[in-house]
Design a protein around this ligand. Structure first.
Ligand code: HEC
Length: 102
């Protein structure tokens, strides 16, 4: 019986990890941060009623952390490994400029 429970737990863990999807979207070299955000992020991050696009926790409210988050994703957020270089910079700048920090 114990083994059955362990097996079920293992399946549940694999199932959860499997939720992290990789999005292979690759931005055009000239894409603006706003374009990239509207195309990829508003699916999940709906703009707030005051017009700000996100509410960032202090730990994530800097360019490097935002770029890392976008590239690696999380359990519930897709990873965008192809958003890199200048488009990634522009996306992070857009998010920072249009977000509030909690
Ligand atoms: C599939 C849905 C989904 C998509 C698409 C998505 N996100 Fe997320 N994102 C989430 C969820 C859910 C969280 C909160 C949980 C977490 O931190 O992992 C989150 C968290 C974040 C955070 C951290 C916020 C904080 O304060 O901790 C940032 C920054 C972020 N997303 C930026 C983006 C950007 C930029 C894009 C577009 C390239 C994007 N996300 C696309 C679902 C998504």
């Amino acid at each position: 019986m114990k083994q059955v429970i362990l097996l079920l737990a293992a399946i549940a863990v694999v199932g959860l990890v499997g939720c992290t999807k990789t999005d292979n979207y690759t931005p055009a070299a000239t894409a603006s941060g706003e374009d990239i955000f509207n195309l990829n992020c508003t699916k999940c991050h709906k703009p707030n009623t005051d017009g700000s696009v996100m509410l960032l926790s202090a730990a994530v409210a800097n360019k490097d952390a935002i770029i890392k988050k976008v590239q690696t994703g999380s359990m519930s957020m897709a990873a965008f490994p192809n958003i890199t270089g200048e488009p990634a910079d522009r996306l992070a700048e857009y998010v920072l400029a249009n977000s509030k920090t909690k």
